[in-house]
Design a protein around this ligand. Sequence first.
Ligand SMILES: C[S@@+](CC[C@H](N)C(=O)[O-])C[C@H]1O[C@@H](n2cnc3c(N)ncnc32)[C@H](O)[C@@H]1O
Ligand code: SF4
Length: 379
Amino acid sequence: MSGFGIYVHWPFCAAKCPYCDFNSHVRTAIDEDGWVDGIVSELEWTAKNQTARPPVETIFFGGGTPSLMSGKAVGAAIDKIARLWRMANDVEITLESNPASADATRFRDYRASGVTRVSLGVQALNDKDLKMLGRLHDVAEAKTALGMAMDTFERVSLDLIYARPEQTPEEWRMELKEALSFGTDHLSLYQLTIEPATPFATLARTGSLKPLDDDNAATLYEITQEMTEAAGRPAYEISNHAKPGEESRHNLLYWRYGAYAGVGPGAHGRLDIGGKRIATMAEKLPERWQQAVSRRGHGIVEQSEVANDDAAHEHLLMNLRLAEGIDLAAYAARWNTTPDMVRVAELSEQGFLKTENGRLIATPQGRLVLNRLIAEIAA
Ligand SMILES: C[S@@+](CC[C@H](N)C(=O)[O-])C[C@H]1O[C@@H](n2cnc3c(N)ncnc32)[C@H](O)[C@@H]1O
Ligand code: SF4
């Protein structure tokens, strides 16, 4: 087993970025105390729902934009968790932060509340592309925010979105070189995805936005693998790169198919209760979630047992995202099934998979087409 973590979703943003399909909403006035009361109620319900409460190894405040929360609000959620569960001594507590709402005093408050790690959404290192991405910050503000984060926290990660329209390999090399020069031990480098039902999807359909084609995007992906590896921050997951030992433990927990509780609007959970794998999903719309929480103490709209085959499939899909791959014996013991080893052999021949010391690993090429690989090898 891979430990237990708690995800807390803060669903608000100052503006909606046109590429984003996260559960994030813009509201003119936010009653922070009311939302924190809702989170606290849902934490209480979650703790009651778990028959055995494992120690909390990681907490992740994601969004939306959790850096719009005050230190007091973040502290209230952490204190509640510490009262309801045992906390591991070296608990990792990450907060996602947007450069436009980054503030030195607030960063210090987060740290005083127990936050140990900040992940900063820089997205691009040129003003033209930041504007194209609809971001509220410019490069200068992103650098100031990064400096503040690195002054306050030992563990800082930065996010960039690459494979942007018209981005050339040379431009990406320069930009990634600069990003690596900041010296953060962790970087999340995502290829721009045109998500359905976003303004970018409409622009792509009408031809006003021309997504980078697959070949060029693959070239930028290869550059990303090479440069991060040379800088001592190799990919440990499709889009995540870290100095060994500095991986996001919370995200590793997801990818190793550990157990986690999801709290807040739209949050998902995977809990182990009474020997069963239980999936939970909360009401997405913040106001509806809040109404549900005040009525019955939680906003969970679905709680169901994950069938063995589905859980095995999820485990394979999550674990193969990681460069370390999956321990085949542990997988077989847990789910009483194995991948289709004949297809595994064929796909290994083609360079998409490899087996090393009992672990099945997707190569960097394989990780790019993971969903298709899983569909072929799942038993
Ligand atoms: C919840 S956001 C991070 C925190 C904050 N909301 C922000 O944007 O700065 C998570 C990350 O997902 C990435 N992301 C969101 N939508 C994306 C898309 N369509 N394509 C690629 N990356 C995306 C961005 O890099 C973003 O930083
Ligand atoms: S700030 Fe982050 S979560 Fe909010 S809309 Fe933009 S990318 Fe999405």
